[in-house]
Design a protein around this ligand. Structure first.
Ligand SMILES: Nc1nc2c(ncn2[C@@H]2O[C@H](COP(=O)(O)OP(=O)(O)OP(=O)(O)O)[C@@H](O)[C@H]2O)c(=O)[nH]1
Length: 429
C-alpha cells in the first residue's frame, strides 16, 4: 500500500519547529542523550588517563631499575678497590639525568661509599619518600658476590606534569567532541522526531482552528506512521460527523424559522397574527417612549361581517377577510404594521407619526378603502370598518392600556353608527 498523500497538509515551518520551546521533546531528548554521552566520554577519559599514568609510572620505574643496574656494574670495581673518588665521579656523570633526586651507594655493612643529591651538599641521610618520587634498589656484585647496594630516587614531577598536560588536552578535545555531538544530536533528533513534532503541531492547529479537514503526513511505515494514519482516520470521521451535524443543524434552523413564521403569521390573510402583534406593540411603545416619538394604535373591527357569513357562507366570509386585509394594507406606509387579531378584528401600529391628525387621516382612508363596493359571487358585500385610535405617549405609555383604550374607542365608534373612527378619551356628547 503506498504511503498516503495528505490532501490538506499541515507542514510546520522551520521557525515553528525551532519555536517548540525549552520543554520540547527534541530538546529534552537531545539534552538527555548529550548528558549520557558526556558522562560516558568523561568516564572513559578518566579510565584512560589513569591507565596512562600507571603505565608511564611503571615505565619510568623500569628505566630507573635498569639505570641502577648499569650503575651497579660500573661501580662494582671501584667499590672493590675502595676508590671513593672514582665512585663519586661516576655518580656525577650518572646524575646528568634531569629527574634524579638521590643516588646512594652503600657497602654491605650499610656505610656510604658514595652519594649524590641535587644541591650544594649531598644529603647524609635520605628523607622519607615523597609521593611524587619513586625509589629503586640494585645490588652491586663482583663475581657473583654482593659487595654493596645502590639506592636510586627519581622525581615523578616531569611525568606528572606531562600527564596533566595530556589530560588537559584530552579534556579540551572531549569538550570539542561534546559540542560537535550536541550539534549533530540536535539535528539528528529533530529529523528523527519531526513526524511526532508535526503530529503534535497538527493536533494544536486542529484544536485551535477546529479544522477537521487537516491531515498529517505519513512518511514512514513505523509506529509514528501508523499513529499519523490513525489520527487522520479519526480526523476524517470527525469531519464527516461535523458535516452531518452542520447539515442537521441547518435543517433544524430552517424548520425553526418556518415554525416561527407559522407561529407569527395568520394563515388566512398572511398578515402577522396576534402573537406577533403583542410583541411588536411592546417593542414599538418602548421605542416611542425612549425616542420621544409619537405612535398610534388603531383597533379595526369590520362591520356586519356576521351577515356575510350568515348570508353567503363561510368561504365568502374568508374571501372578504382576505380582500379587506389587502385593501387596508394598500393604504399604509411601509413602516406601518397591520395585524389580524382574530375573527374580523385587526390592529394597526403607526410608528413615527408627525401628529395625531396624520393617524386620523389614515383612519378615514382606511375606512373608505374597506367601504368601497365588494362583490363576491356577484353579490355586494355590506362590509364596512369601525376604528378606535389611541396614541402613545398622549393616551398611555403602557402597551396593554393602549390596546384597551383603542378597543374602547372602537366600541365608541360602533355605538356612534359604525363606518367611522373615534379617538380614545374623545367621548361623544
Ligand atoms: N368566514 C370567517 N368567519 C369568521 C372567522 N373568524 C370569525 N368569523 C366570524 O366572524 C363573525 C364576527 O362577528 P361579529 O364581529 O360579532 O359580527 P359583525 O357582524 O361584524 O358585528 P359588528 O361588528 O357589530 O358589525 C362571526 O360570525 C364569526 O363566526 C374566519 O376566519 N372566517
Amino acid at each position: 500500500m503506498p504511503l498516503s498523500a495528505p490532501h490538506k497538509l499541515s507542514e510546520p515551518s522551520p521557525a515553528a519547529s525551532r519555536a517548540a520551546g525549552p520543554s520540547s521533546l527534541v530538546r529534552r531528548l537531545t539534552l538527555l542523550n548529550l548528558l549520557v554521552l558526556s558522562l560516558t566520554m568523561l568516564l572513559t577519559f578518566a579510565f584512560i588517563a589513569e591507565a596512562f599514568w600507571l603505565a608511564a609510572r611503571e615505565r619510568q620505574q623500569r628505566a630507573a631499575e635498569l639505570s641502577a643496574m648499569l650503575l651497579a656494574n660500573n661501580l662494582a670495581p671501584m667499590m672493590a678497590f675502595e676508590d671513593g673518588a672514582a665512585g663519586q665521579a661516576e655518580l656525577q656523570a650518572f646524575a646528568r639525568r634531569g629527574d634524579l633526586r638521590l643516588v646512594q651507594v652503600l657497602r654491605t655493612d650499610g656505610s656510604p661509599f658514595a652519594s649524590w643529591a641535587p644541591g650544594p651538599a649531598p644529603a647524609a641521610a635520605p628523607g622519607a619518600l615523597g609521593d611524587a618520587e619513586l625509589e629503586v634498589w640494585a645490588a652491586v656484585q663482583l663475581k657473583g658476590e654482593n659487595i654493596g647496594s645502590i639506592r636510586l630516587r627519581e622525581s615523578l614531577q616531569q611525568l606528572r606534569q606531562f600527564a596533566w598536560q595530556m589530560s588537559l588536552m584530552g579534556l579540551v578535545l572531549i569538550l570539542l567532541a561534546i559540542l560537535v555531538a550536541a550539534w549533530v544530536l540536535g539535528r539528528v533528533q529533530r529529523r528523527a522526531l519531526a513526524p511526532i513534532v508535526e503530529l503534535s503541531q497538527l493536533a494544536d492547529r486542529v484544536a485551535r482552528q477546529r479544522d477537521y479537514g487537516l491531515r498529517a503526513a505519513v512518511r514512514r511505515r513505523d509506529e509514528v506512521g501508523r499513529l499519523a494514519e490513525r489520527f487522520n482516520a479519526m480526523l476524517k470521521r470527525i469531519e464527516v460527523w461535523q458535516g452531518e451535524l452542520n447539515e442537521q443543524l441547518h435543517q433544524e434552523q430552517v424548520a425553526g424559522q418556518q415554525l416561527q413564521q407559522l407561529a407569527h403569521r395568520d394563515a388566512l390573510t398572511q398578515l402577522p397574527n396576534r402573537l406577533f402583534f403583542q410583541s411588536e406593540l411592546q417593542r414599538q411603545v418602548g421605542h416611542a417612549v425612549q425616542a420621544g416619538e409619537l405612535m398610534a394604535l388603531m383597533f379595526i373591527d369590520l362591520d356586519n361581517f356576521k351577515t356575510v357569513n350568515d348570508s353567503h357562507g363561510h368561504e365568502a366570509g374568508d374571501a372578504v377577510l382576505r380582500e379587506m386585509a389587502h385593501r387596508m394594507a394598500s393604504v399604509l406606509r411601509s413602516t406601518d404594521l397591520l395585524c389580524r387579531l382574530g375573527g374580523d378584528e385587526f390592529a394597526l401600529l403607526l410608528p413615527g407619526l408627525a401628529d395625531t391628525a396624520a393617524a386620523e387621516h389614515l383612519a378615514e382612508r382606511l375606512i373608505a378603502a374597506v367601504r368601497a363596493p365588494l362583490h363576491v359571487q356577484q353579490q355586494l358585500m355590506p362590509v364596512g370598518a369601525t376604528v378606535g385610535l389611541a396614541f402613545c405617549p398622549q393616551d398611555s405609555s403602557d402597551p396593554a392600556e393602549l390596546l384597551k383604550l383603542a378597543d374602547q374607542a372602537m366600541y365608541e365608534a360602533k355605538r356612534a353608527g359604525k363606518n367611522t373612527y373615534r379617538r380614545a378619551g374623545h367621548v361623544d356628547e
